[in-house]
Design a protein around this ligand. Structure first.
Ligand code: RIB
Ligand code: CA
Length: 336
């Protein structure tokens, strides 16, 4: 089977880094490029972290393009309180001395997508690069084969306000523009954004037991993942009373290949850009606004199957052993 071509747009970021490890390990995905956007960390730090992961994976052949340094209109607010000043949990890893591409990310997206319609996007950060692409080159944007975005929240509580998830809270105007494009542009009438929101990603918790198993299975990768997630653990305990850390982004990658990992529904989704609830995703479940569905919103996830995929793909765990261990260590809720 031919691998699916993908541009990963990200703001690495601890969970973005785990998502890149997964994307670069899956034979079903051909990562043609990485574009970086301001989000968890400023874009230059994000680019360095992307380069580090590529170096670890032996894939420094994959180009990294630097994107937007700030949101469309709102002041830029990073998430270094969660991801550390270096964006990798203050793990102390030094990025390789590898240059990013001279071309900016939006120009790269325009030039590449205008002539190729077999490339999909997995967006793991704020959607600023794609809102700028819409401004610059609508046809290139409409050529995106499939658009999977980690962001938003249907009925789960927010992580930046009671209702807003970080990626869409950081740049609500960009998210609103992208979602509205899928609701109004004739060229996109048969396409929808796959919204991988907190309803499903919150269930993906990297617990101490799973981390312990990772180190048993693959000491090198287990140690790296342990070091970059330690900082994240502390944040999750303080902020959400969770022992472990929610790794949002890798699920978007896994779902891109294995759609059966999650289930959801088609609906019209709008993103609030004003007032105290800015960044909130409003899913018109009962079609009150009578708009065409622009999104496929995910609501359920098979946690064990995701974890099994991640352990076997990134850590090279034995499938049978991983299955047994997960049955032993996952909570009853996760196994439900
Ligand atoms: O809200 C979680 C999302 O925001 C993740 O993509 C995380 O990396 C941050 O970008
Ligand atoms: Ca991210």
């Amino acid at each position: 089977m031919n691998a699916k071509k993908v541009i990963v747009d990200c703001d690495p970021g601890i969970d973005d880094s785990l998502a890149l490890m997964l994307a670069l390990s899956m034979p079903e995905i051909e990562v043609v490029a990485i574009t970086v956007v301001c989000g968890n960390v400023p874009v230059d730090k994000g680019a360095k972290n992307a380069k580090l992961i590529l170096d670890w994976m032996g894939r420094t052949d994959i180009p990294v393009y630097i994107g937007e340094e700030k949101p469309l209109h709102r002041p830029y607010i990073d998430a270094m309180d969660t991801h550390g000043q270096d964006g990798l949990g203050e793990s102390g890893y030094l990025p390789p001395e590898i240059q990013c591409e001279p071309l900016d990310a939006v120009s790269f997206l325009s030039e590449t997508l205008r002539t190729q319609s077999d490339i999909s996007v997995i967006a793991l950060g704020p959607l600023t690069n794609f809102a700028r692409l819409l401004e610059k080159d609508v046809q290139a944007f409409c050529n995106i084969q499939e658009f999977v975005s980690m962001g938003g929240s249907y009925r789960s509580h927010g992580n930046c306000s009671p209702v807003a998830e970080y990626n869409y809270w950081c740049d609500p105007d960009a998210a609103a523009a992208v979602y509205e494009a899928y609701a109004s542009l004739p060229q996109l009438k048969d396409k929808k954004i796959h919204m991988v929101g907190l309803d499903v990603t919150r269930k993906i918790v990297l617990t101490p037991n799973i981390l312990e198993y990772m180190q048993c299975v693959h000491p090198v990768w287990g140690e790296r993942i342990k070091r970059i997630t330690r900082f994240y653990y502390d944040f999750h305990w303080k902020q959400e009373g969770v022992i472990g850390c929610v790794i949002n982004d890798p699920l978007a990658v896994a779902y891109f290949v294995h759609r059966s990992l999650c289930s959801g529904f088609d609906t019209y989704t709008a993103v609030e850009t004003q007032g105290i609830s800015y960044g909130q995703t409003l899913c018109d479940t009962y079609n009150i606004w009578n708009r065409i569905p622009n999104s496929h919103v995910l609501t359920q996830v098979d946690v064990k199957s995701f974890m099994h995929l991640f352990l076997c793909t990134v850590l090279k765990a034995d499938p049978h052993q991983a299955e047994q261990v997960l049955c032993q260590i996952l909570t009853k809720e996760a196994l439900a």
